[in-house]
Each structure stands twice: as C-alpha cells, then as structure tokens.
Write a protein that binds this ligand. Structure first.
Ligand SMILES: Nc1ncnc2c1ncn2[C@@H]1O[C@H](COP(=O)(O)OP(=O)(O)OP(=O)(O)O)[C@@H](O)[C@H]1O
Ligand SMILES: O=C(O)[C@H](O)[C@@H](O)[C@H](O)[C@H](O)CO
Length: 177
C-alpha cells in the first residue's frame, strides 16, 4: 500500500527585527492568515526590562537571557500546533537559544532602513520604547546567516504584501519531514 501523503507541519515562526520594524503588526497578521496562535515577546519581558528600556537604557545579554528562555518555552509548547511569536531576536546567539527550545523554528526578519523605521516609531506615541534606543538596536542586530532557516523581507512593503510573500514561499523540504 502506498504511504499516505506527508502533512506539512504547521509553521512555527519568530518575526524578528529592531524595534518599530513591524514585528507585532506583521506577526499578528501572519498568525491570522496561517490560522495559528500569536504572541508578542514584548508582553513576556519582566517588568525590570520594560523599566530599563523606558528609561532609555539598552538591554544586555544578561537581561535578555531569561526572557529568551520564556519565549523558547512558548515556542516549544506550540511545536505541534504551530504559532507565531514577534521577538526582536537581534543576535545569532539569541536565535540559537530559541532553537535549543524549538529546533524547527523558522525566522522572518523584517529588514529596513533606520530612516523608515525611525519614522514608523515616531508615529506611534505612547510606546514604552524610546526612539533614542533605535541606534543601539541596529548596532546589536546580527542579520540571519546562511545556515539559519529564515527569510528576509523589506519593511517598505505593505503588511498585506509581506504576509502574501511569506505564505507564497516554496515549502522547504525539512518542513515536510
Ligand atoms: N509594513 C508596514 N507598513 C506600514 N506601516 C507599518 C508596517 N508595519 C508596521 N507598521 C506600523 O509601524 C509601527 C511599528 O510597528 P510595530 O509596533 O508592529 O513594530 P514592532 O517591531 O512590533 O515594534 P516594537 O518591537 O518596538 O513593539 C506601527 O505604527 C505599525 O502600524
Ligand atoms: O531585545 C530587545 O532589545 C527588546 O526586545 C526590544 O527590541 C523591544 O522589546 C521591542 O522591540 C519593543 O520596542
């Protein structure tokens, strides 16, 4: 008897990028399109991290380490069902930490110029993240390496276009494994 067709695993995705790159907006729209739960890593920061950023101080690796484990636990818990998390995930080491919890994790990096992102941040009053921290976000950012399972899309596209481009990508063989 022929083997039954293999079902693609539901996407398990982190939408990454600097503050103001559109992670929350695109992440929520993508989760809706994909029919999987969405969570925003900003809601998982300990109060001390939010207080620090609100005061204009960039987070350190030590500040981010336990927060990344909390995000990793969410991803691991959603491995079967799939899910989308918006999370800055700026450094390769941070993404490695997330992949230790969820090895099949896929990434979508929302990439764009500091000018465009700064404009977006400025038009979003009331957010805890001060615009002054954008330079440190870019300085910390390590783009996806060739051996990381992910794609880069331009924040200059509309939210709908980003979602369309992401869902129309060819499925990588390992996702059907
Ligand atoms: N592709 C887009 N085109 C136009 N506007 C966008 C796009 N993506 C996001 N925005 C707008 O840019 C602003 C920043 O987006 P958003 O809050 O989603 O970014 P973020 O990366 O989650 O930021 P943070 O991590 O700082 O919370 C919002 O006002 C949002 O509506
Ligand atoms: O790793 C970090 O420095 C943080 O996650 C920041 O990126 C913010 O929480 C977020 O972008 C909100 O502006």
């Amino acid at each position: 008897m022929p083997a039954p067709p293999q079902q693609a695993a539901p996407p398990l995705l982190v939408v990454m990028g600097v503050s103001g790159s559109g992670k929350s907006t695109v992440g929520a729209a993508l989760a809706q399109r994909l029919g999987v739960p969405f969570a925003d890593a900003d809601d998982l920061h300990p109060a001390a991290n939010i207080a620090k950023m609100s005061a204009g101080q960039a987070l350190t690796d030590e500040d981010r380490r336990p927060w990344l484990d909390t995000i990793g636990a969410w991803l691991a818990a959603h491995d079967e069902r799939g899910g989308v998390m918006s999370c800055s995930a700026l450094k390769r080491g941070y993404r490695d930490q997330l992949r230790r919890h969820a090895p099949r994790l896929q990434l979508l990096h929302l990439d764009g110029s500091p000018e465009v992102i700064q404009r977006r941040q400025a038009s979003r009053p009331g957010h805890f993240m001060p615009a002054s921290l954008l330079a440190s976000q870019f300085a910390t950012l390590e783009p996806l390496a060739d051996d990381e399972h992910g794609v880069v899309l331009d924040v200059g596209l509309s939210v709908d276009a980003i979602v369309d481009q992401f869902v129309s990508q060819p499925v990588a063989p390992e996702e059907n494994a």
